[in-house]
Design a protein around this ligand. Sequence first.
Ligand code: ADP
Length: 473
Amino acid sequence: MKIHRTLYLQFLAAYVLFGVLSFLAIVTVSSEAMMRNLVKVKADSLYREASLVANGYAMSIYNNDPNSREAAVAQLRAIDTYVSAAVWIINNSGKVIFESREGSWDHEKSFLDFDPAFTGRYYMTGDFYGAFKEATLSVFSPITSKYKVVGYVVIHSSMADIRRSRDSILRVELMTLGIIMGFSLIILAVFTIKVYLPLTKVTKAAEEYAEGNMSYNIEGTETQDEMGYLAATLAFMAHEISKSEDSQRKFIANVSHDFRSPLTSIRGYLEAVIDGTIPPEMHEKYLKIVLDETLRLTKLTNGLLELNSLSSVGMVLDLTDFDINSVIKATAESFGGQCREKKISIELILTGDELRVRGDQDRIKQVLYNLLDNAIKFSHNNSIIKIETTEKGDRIYISVKDFGIGIPQDSVKLIFDRFYKTDLSRGKDKRGTGLGLAIVKEIIQAHNENINVISTEGVGSEFIFTLPTAEEK
Ligand code: ADP
């Protein structure tokens, strides 16, 4: 499967989009709002000047006294310089009667449309009825005499100044955005190193595993974070799968091998009987061997069937309370013949007359049977086997101990595996299937209990398993 829209590209696109949208927001919305604000602030401050003029010097302009008019004109010019804005006085009919920059009295300019009472505002922006070529902010304040408006003081300031202030603020904002984008580039870099690159490695590994290459090594992701954990988990999973594939292969190889050798010998003997290689007087001897081999095959098949039914999920146990002592006695008795043959005595060291436990009686009997069978098989002639029960808290410990050939140190871990046989036992026990202890382990585990083995090569072995005490008292 090919990934088309990678996380990384989406992340990059989001980053670029973030930058572009922020830039657009600054140059449109933010710039617009700033402009409106700056105009308002400037208009407010000019309005204060205009009001001062309207309530003071403006009246002197209307005055006929040339001295006071001249003084007023000088003041208005000074204000013009101070606020760097043209100061006009427009009379009621819209005629400009004073202009600080022209300095002529009988001015022809008149603005018949000019009617602040109508606009309801104290300033306007634009070319002031065509008076200016460039955009201008015009602020006006009424001149009143005897409660009547006789004219207006109008102060015109170029918008260019305001634009310049806006542009310089805008530049600072854009610079800040640039710095923020720069910093988020660091986040992007960290994301690339900490998340994206490891993720590509993990993805590559997942692809390899999906193709069956379970030995693929995920490299460079041994970090102590979620990525490292993910990589480690994936590697562990692959390892487990390859292990279970391995054990399945081994299992099948073992089954095939264990079936093939008796079949080969059966076939060999039967062919020899048929073609006369084996004389009739020897037939009985060899047919007995053939029978033995078929018995072994039956045992093997039964063992496999048993294991299969045990390990299928949710093995159903028929749990009851029963006396383990009597089960031990009965199992020991069933080996009477074999014991006599090898002159082995079984010693029972049981707690109390009756020791009630909870479990699946038939299965536990099979556990004891398999353990005792092994103990006798691997014991020397004239030795003893001890079966002992002990009660500790709410657990019963059952031990089957022999003084036979023992188990080599490095085999102890393996004896519960299917088909495993130690090299020591191969010679002694040709009939063994290597399934007995695997079945024992499955049964004990289904009871949620434990089984352990203590063994010394050449000295003997002890198998100990636990069972819960009976529920009814
Ligand atoms: P088997 O049918 O071969 O007995 P098990 O699964 O019961 O299969 O046992 C596996 C192997 O563990 C045996 O082949 C033997 O090598 C070893 N083993 C089991 N029990 C004992 C014991 N009491 N003493 C020595 N070796 C034992």
